[in-house]
Design a binder for this molecule. Structure first.
Ligand SMILES: [Zn+2]
Length: 130
Protein backbone atom coordinates (compact mmCIF):
# COMPACT_ATOMS: atom_id res chain seq x y z
CA UNK A 1 0.00 0.00 0.00
CA UNK A 2 1.35 3.39 -0.92
CA UNK A 3 4.36 1.97 -2.69
CA UNK A 4 3.21 3.08 -6.11
CA UNK A 5 2.62 6.60 -4.85
CA UNK A 6 6.12 6.67 -3.40
CA UNK A 7 7.61 5.49 -6.68
CA UNK A 8 5.60 8.11 -8.50
CA UNK A 9 6.93 10.77 -6.17
CA UNK A 10 10.47 9.48 -6.58
CA UNK A 11 10.19 9.67 -10.35
CA UNK A 12 8.82 13.18 -10.19
CA UNK A 13 11.76 14.24 -8.07
CA UNK A 14 14.30 12.44 -10.24
CA UNK A 15 12.76 14.06 -13.29
CA UNK A 16 13.59 17.44 -11.86
CA UNK A 17 17.34 17.87 -11.94
CA UNK A 18 17.17 20.83 -9.56
CA UNK A 19 16.08 18.62 -6.68
CA UNK A 20 17.96 15.50 -7.62
CA UNK A 21 20.91 16.27 -5.36
CA UNK A 22 18.53 16.93 -2.50
CA UNK A 23 16.78 13.63 -3.10
CA UNK A 24 20.08 11.75 -3.17
CA UNK A 25 21.26 13.25 0.07
CA UNK A 26 17.94 12.42 1.75
CA UNK A 27 18.22 8.85 0.55
CA UNK A 28 21.72 8.56 1.97
CA UNK A 29 20.59 9.93 5.32
CA UNK A 30 17.73 7.46 5.36
CA UNK A 31 20.07 4.54 4.75
CA UNK A 32 22.35 5.58 7.56
CA UNK A 33 19.48 6.00 10.00
CA UNK A 34 17.73 2.74 9.38
CA UNK A 35 19.83 -0.34 9.71
CA UNK A 36 16.70 -2.44 9.88
CA UNK A 37 14.03 -1.46 7.40
CA UNK A 38 11.25 -3.76 8.55
CA UNK A 39 10.15 -6.29 11.13
CA UNK A 40 8.78 -9.48 9.65
CA UNK A 41 7.42 -12.70 11.07
CA UNK A 42 8.19 -16.27 10.08
CA UNK A 43 4.71 -16.59 8.60
CA UNK A 44 5.57 -13.92 6.04
CA UNK A 45 8.54 -15.87 4.68
CA UNK A 46 8.54 -18.30 1.81
CA UNK A 47 10.00 -21.72 2.54
CA UNK A 48 12.02 -23.71 0.07
CA UNK A 49 12.42 -27.30 1.11
CA UNK A 50 15.73 -28.82 0.00
CA UNK A 51 15.44 -32.07 1.91
CA UNK A 52 18.06 -31.97 4.67
CA UNK A 53 18.16 -28.22 4.68
CA UNK A 54 15.44 -25.71 4.02
CA UNK A 55 15.75 -22.06 3.16
CA UNK A 56 13.46 -19.20 4.01
CA UNK A 57 13.08 -16.11 1.82
CA UNK A 58 11.56 -12.70 2.04
CA UNK A 59 11.65 -10.39 -0.95
CA UNK A 60 13.52 -7.12 -0.63
CA UNK A 61 12.26 -4.00 -2.36
CA UNK A 62 15.36 -4.16 -4.61
CA UNK A 63 14.11 -7.46 -6.07
CA UNK A 64 16.62 -9.71 -4.33
CA UNK A 65 15.88 -11.65 -1.16
CA UNK A 66 16.59 -11.77 2.52
CA UNK A 67 17.26 -15.39 3.34
CA UNK A 68 18.26 -17.76 6.09
CA UNK A 69 18.62 -21.52 6.06
CA UNK A 70 18.10 -24.16 8.70
CA UNK A 71 21.82 -24.73 9.32
CA UNK A 72 22.23 -21.03 10.17
CA UNK A 73 19.37 -21.31 12.67
CA UNK A 74 21.02 -24.36 14.25
CA UNK A 75 24.36 -22.56 14.55
CA UNK A 76 22.59 -19.84 16.53
CA UNK A 77 21.17 -22.38 18.96
CA UNK A 78 17.69 -22.81 17.56
CA UNK A 79 16.13 -26.25 17.60
CA UNK A 80 14.35 -27.22 14.42
CA UNK A 81 12.10 -30.13 13.78
CA UNK A 82 9.82 -30.94 10.91
CA UNK A 83 7.08 -33.18 9.79
CA UNK A 84 5.42 -33.37 6.39
CA UNK A 85 3.61 -30.09 6.58
CA UNK A 86 5.31 -27.98 9.21
CA UNK A 87 8.71 -26.81 10.34
CA UNK A 88 8.83 -26.08 14.06
CA UNK A 89 11.40 -23.71 15.46
CA UNK A 90 12.27 -23.41 19.14
CA UNK A 91 14.31 -20.42 20.24
CA UNK A 92 17.52 -21.02 22.27
CA UNK A 93 16.10 -20.03 25.66
CA UNK A 94 12.40 -20.56 24.96
CA UNK A 95 11.75 -16.82 24.78
CA UNK A 96 10.73 -14.93 21.65
CA UNK A 97 13.83 -13.98 19.67
CA UNK A 98 14.82 -12.12 16.55
CA UNK A 99 17.41 -12.47 13.81
CA UNK A 100 18.59 -9.68 11.52
CA UNK A 101 18.81 -10.76 7.89
CA UNK A 102 20.79 -8.81 5.29
CA UNK A 103 19.63 -8.55 1.69
CA UNK A 104 21.65 -10.52 -0.85
CA UNK A 105 22.22 -7.43 -3.01
CA UNK A 106 21.61 -4.13 -1.26
CA UNK A 107 22.34 -2.71 2.17
CA UNK A 108 18.83 -3.21 3.58
CA UNK A 109 18.17 -5.51 6.50
CA UNK A 110 15.02 -6.93 8.06
CA UNK A 111 14.45 -8.18 11.57
CA UNK A 112 12.85 -11.60 11.65
CA UNK A 113 10.77 -12.02 14.82
CA UNK A 114 10.47 -15.57 16.08
CA UNK A 115 7.98 -16.76 18.69
CA UNK A 116 9.18 -19.13 21.39
CA UNK A 117 7.51 -22.04 19.64
CA UNK A 118 7.02 -21.09 16.02
CA UNK A 119 5.63 -23.20 13.21
CA UNK A 120 6.04 -22.53 9.52
CA UNK A 121 3.97 -24.29 6.88
CA UNK A 122 5.91 -25.94 4.06
CA UNK A 123 4.14 -24.30 1.15
CA UNK A 124 5.19 -26.50 -1.69
CA UNK A 125 3.91 -29.73 -0.21
CA UNK A 126 0.63 -30.30 -2.03
CA UNK A 127 -0.39 -33.11 0.31
CA UNK A 128 -0.86 -30.64 3.12
CA UNK A 129 -4.32 -29.21 2.85
CA UNK A 130 -4.94 -26.48 5.34
ZN1 LIG B 1 17.76 -5.50 -1.33
Amino acid sequence: MGRFMKMQKAWEILGNSMSRALYDSKLRALRQDSEVSEDISLEEMMVEDNGEIFEMFYQCRCGDYFSIDSSEFEKMGYTLSRDECWISIETPDAFPASVVLPCGSCSLQVRLLINADAKVPIDDNLQCVS
